[in-house]
Ligand binder design. Structure first.
Ligand SMILES: Nc1nc2c(ncn2[C@@H]2O[C@H](COP(=O)(O)OP(=O)(O)OP(=O)(O)O)[C@@H](O)[C@H]2O)c(=O)[nH]1
Ligand SMILES: [Mg+2]
Length: 217
């Protein structure tokens, strides 16, 4: 058996999630209904499951298109601004994209009014994924640290979590070193043994390397 170089070492166990406790009998929002629908779908689906999770406008949908050589079906919507990928207004959003017998879940950017972190905490089926691509763009916000903690706590021990920084075409060597340093502190990349990639969805930098890491043809 081939050993997984990205095997996770430690789990954060001392994180207090009580902040997220919901009021009893609160009615599920449409987003939360859609998260539950996704869980049902993924439990029935056979094959690898990869989630793209990240800040609004971080380039998740663009990355999905690049990783699948423009061929996933259906194609994701790419836009300007936030909430382009929207699971909060329709009861039948596109929850899943397929390519090379892999299920890709292109999630809406978190921590917006329409897609609050609390809903991810309570209803997003983190445990259903083999791989989570955690996509970031600019400054690391508190919500990013919270979301990564959620991912690390709620995914299976055997899931691989990969950190991806888009918009790499704008970054100098110095920028990259300082970002890696920031991520090592804020996301504890070394403690969690998180693989890390710089990519440009515009010019293609880092895409082949990420495809190789994920074993996508
Ligand atoms: N220059 C550059 N632009 C990018 C890159 N990745 C995405 N973009 C642009 O950023 C904008 C947002 O991209 P999306 O892929 O829709 O971002 P998203 O994370 O899916 O956004 P939400 O679904 O709203 O959370 C689009 O105009 C993309 O063309 C990148 O690596 N470099
Ligand atoms: Mg999107």
């Amino acid at each position: 058996m081939v050993s997984n170089p990205f095997k996770r070492t430690k789990k954060d166990t001392n994180y207090d999630f009580s902040f997220y406790k919901s009021a009893p009998h609160r009615r599920k929002s449409r987003l939360e209904e859609n998260f539950s629908q996704l869980e049902t779908l993924l439990k029935k689906a056979e094959g690898r499951k990869i989630a793209l999770i990240g800040q609004p406008g971080a380039g998740k949908s663009s990355l999905l298109l690049k990783l699948t050589n423009g061929k996933c079906e259906p194609k994701p919507t790419i836009g300007q601004g936030t909430d382009t990928t929207d699971w909060s207004s329709s009861s039948k959003p596109i929850l899943c994209h397929q390519y090379d017998r892999i299920y890709f879940i292109d999630t809406p950017g978190y921590d917006t009014k329409a897609h609050p972190l609390k809903s991810y905490h309570e209803y997003f089926p983190f445990h259903c994924f083999d791989t989570v691509l955690f996509v970031i763009k600019g400054k690391v916000h508190q919500s990013d640290e919270e979301m990564l903690r959620l991912v690390m706590n709620k995914t299976r021990r055997t899931s691989t979590v990969v950190l991806v920084r888009g918009y790499a075409e704008d970054l100098t060597e110095e920028d990259r070193k300082s970002l890696e340093h920031e991520y090592s502190i804020k996301f504890k990349t070394e403690k969690h043994n998180l693989p890390f990639f710089f990519v440009s969805n515009r010019f293609g930098e880092g895409i082949a390397e990420l495809q190789a890491c994920l074993n996508i043809k």
